[in-house]
Ligand binder design. Sequence first.
Ligand code: FES
Length: 242
Amino acid sequence: MIELSIDGKRVTAEEDATVLEAARAAGIGIPTLCYHPGLPPDGNCRLCLVEIERKGKRELVISCMYGARDGLVVHTRSSRIWKARSFVLKMLLERTPDDPLLKRMASHYGVAFEERFHVESDPCIKCGLCVRACEENGTEAIGFAKRGWEREVSAPFEEPPRDCTGCKACAVVCPTGCIDVEEEGDVRRIWGKDFRLVRCALCGERFATEEELAHMGLEGDEAKYCQRCRKMLFSARFLVGL
Ligand code: FES
């Protein structure tokens, strides 16, 4: 374990923790948009900026990427941090003025939407969480295309992605809910593709798509039951020694 100071409070953290993780574990809030505890950080949104002290000077760092160290002194609330986060929110709001989460965050920082020139509202804030979730699943069906202001998340050649398994992890992690998922009966539609949902043979819940199960290499009994029922059945079998 290591010990550092955050906002004057002594905090202990795991050696491989980031400043963000150390702060959150100690109950110190830092706003984030592109961070998810189950995915590798990417430092895209810059909202989690904090100050660290180094050689008597303070410098801004991205807390979701910056490793906590023994003796590190961190500040999460200063006028410089407030200004930096306000700037980030202002930029994001110019592009995505209608998103409720952004609007809430912006109003907390006293940032108002000012339309300087007309741009089509884009619900995607380019945080990249969906792309990382897809990578973590080993499918890499979607990715970033184009550069700068034009940057967007899409499937190769802007066609329904061949490797997508319809797991909808991308939609689940999206902070602005901008990835469309439709479910009707036993069919899920996402990224312009239809996927057949599999019902659990025990509880009847639709728990995965056929492609997802195939991608996970599940077959036979393992592919018939949802995780909850599978666990229950296997522990019941274990108990009766089958
Ligand atoms: S949460 Fe750290 S850069 Fe987005």
